[in-house]
Design a protein around this ligand. Structure first.
Ligand code: NAD
Length: 471
């Protein structure tokens, strides 16, 4: 990884007015590199520059934007290994998972390029022709978290640019380098000012949310931050897409083939060390298979090789940061104190790096913090139930509503249960799978709006009805 990064505003590389801040490698707790620290004045400059670029980019042809996105995807492919290494070094995930993230970034970029922006003819009669057009909004502000930093930035930025908006990006201060590099590569393709990046700690995101020159904020992160953003975005009625926290429940029905499904259940819960918005975070298992499934999950947990994501053969990296590590440790400790059985893991590994092994917690139930709160880390509570109705009630008895899943052999029965989950996505015999063509978003406190597919693309546009009188 190179050791110097700059803000990019209007195609120019700039140092941060406030100097730099340190970014740690979670596997060593040592400084990985210094990141530019932007001032609120630089946020203002970035927004104004994006506003200038919008004057021409909004009129760019469809062909030009499609070609630009495909050329960007080519650049990402050419730099895939470099991007994956940056992700592993700052985020912690094993290199293969980082490669998967870069592959996802390329796939989403190409898919977004392939979408057509529709013009709907609502009426074409002797009296009038009414056409519904979709126009870009203006400057879009993207604010991203630290768990899938590159992929989530792509989810925000590509549909915005595809529909003729210009963008200011602010990545998490814990994982800024992959996004700085992404914006550098994109600037090799796009006209100056179409995409700009500001990095910094505290305050930077808030300056963006309050800025009058931004027409929409797309935010992925925690629910409390999303609520603050919604309050602060009110002054100029910014459009919002908020992808927030989740506490996804899975229900294993009595007829589930747990021998076949256990590895997928494990993967759904522990992907990215459990730091995935729509990971499986509470697992309800029917009494008849409870002990057997707990043991299978424990076997899979014990088989993981925990270590630095850069090391060959490692399947499980560190937690990304000290605060998250502390939260996971605290929730598992609280469960233990309340009589739960920690079947695997449950203790820090080593004294350097935020290593916490995959932890299976059994004999636990609702009302315990590890079940009720979002752990966003490598600890899965497995909860016993005997009545499916009761499991559905408990799965829904949570303020979050991002995803949910049902696991069973009789698909009609599983589907009937899935339809009753209060969640934006309900998977059957799977969980946490997101796809570029399938709309995704949360209900209840998990967010507002949709990403992916045509529905997601159109969130970056506003309607304009053209009404042609024929009289
Ligand atoms: P976070 O809310 O702490 O931070 C997210 C981003 O918001 C960071 O860039 C941060 O600097 C910025 N920010 C903080 N305060 C701000 C403010 N007042 N105004 C504007 N920006 C501000 O979230 P995190 O800890 O980085 O990420 C973990 C959370 O994200 C989890 O709750 C997880 O479930 C959620 N998440 C949700 C999805 C989804 O699609 N629903 C996807 C990934 C992560």
């Amino acid at each position: 990884m190179k050791d110097q990064f700059s803000l990019i505003i209007g195609g120019q590389s700039l140092a941060g007015d406030r100097g730099t801040f340190k970014v740690l490698n979670p596997a060593t707790e040592e400084t990985l590199a210094e990141c530019p620290f932007a001032s609120p004045e630089q946020v203002d400059l970035a927004v104004k520059t994006a506003g200038e670029a919008f004057k021409t980019w909004q009129h760019s042809s469809d062909e030009e934007r499609v070609a630009a996105l495909n050329a960007i995807a080519d650049k990402f492919e050419a730099h895939a290994e470099e991007l994956a290494e940056i992700i592993t070094l700052e985020q912690g995930k094993p290199l293969d998972v980082a490669r998967f993230e870069v592959g996802g970034a390329v796939a989403w970029t190409r898919y977004t390029a392939s979408l057509e922006i529709p013009v709907e003819v609502i009426e074409d009669s002797d009296v009038r022709r009414a056409e519904l057009h979709r126009k870009p909004l203006g400057v879009v502000g993207s604010i991203t978290p630290w768990n899938w930093p590159l992929m989530i930035a792509i989810w925000h930025v590509m549909p915005a640019i595809r529909t003729g908006n210009t963008v200011v990006v602010k990545p998490s201060s814990m994982t800024p380098f992959n996004t700085l590099r992404m914006v550098e590569l994109m600037n090799e393709v796009l006209p100056a000012g179409v995409i700009n990046i500001v990095t910094g700690e505290g305050g930077i995101g808030s300056s963006m949310v309050r800025h009058e020159g931004i027409r929409k904020i797309v935010f992925t992160g925690s629910t409390p931050t999303g609520q603050t953003i919604m309050r602060n975005a009110a002054d100029n009625l910014k459009r919002l897409t908020l992808e927030l926290g989740g506490n996804d429940a899975g229900i294993v029905l009595p007829d589930a083939d747990i021998g076949k499904l256990a590895p997928r259940l494990f993967q759904s819960a522990f992907i990215n060390m459990g730091q995935t918005c729509a990971a499986l975070k509470r697992l309800y298992v029917h009494d008849s298979q409870y002990d057997a499934l707990v043991e299978k999950l424990a076997e899979l947990a014990r088989a993981q090789k925990v270590g630095s994501g850069m090391e060959e053969g490692v399947t499980f990296g560190p937690v990304q940061n000290a605060e998250q590590f502390q939260l996971v440790s605290e929730l598992v400790e609280d469960a233990r104190q309340n009589g739960a059985r920690v079947v695997t893991g449950g203790e820090r590994l080593g004294d350097r790096g935020y290593f916490y092994p995959p932890t299976i917690v059994a004999d636990i139930t609702d009302g315990t913090r590890l079940v009720d709160e979002e752990q966003f880390g490598p600890a899965l509570p497995v909860i016993r139930y005997s009545d499916v109705e009761d499991a559905i009630r408990r799965a829904n008895d949570n303020p979050n509503g991002l995803g949910g899943s049902v696991w069973g052999t009789d698909i009609d029965k599983a589907k009937a249960v899935a339809a009753r989950l209060e969640s934006g996505t309900a998977w059957i015999n799977n969980h946490a799978e997101v796809l570029p063509h399938c709309p995704f978003g949360g209900c209840k406190m998990s967010g507002i709006g949709t990403e992916f597919g045509l529905d997601g693309l159109l969130e970056y546009t506003q309607n304009q009805l053209i009404n042609i009188s024929k009289g």
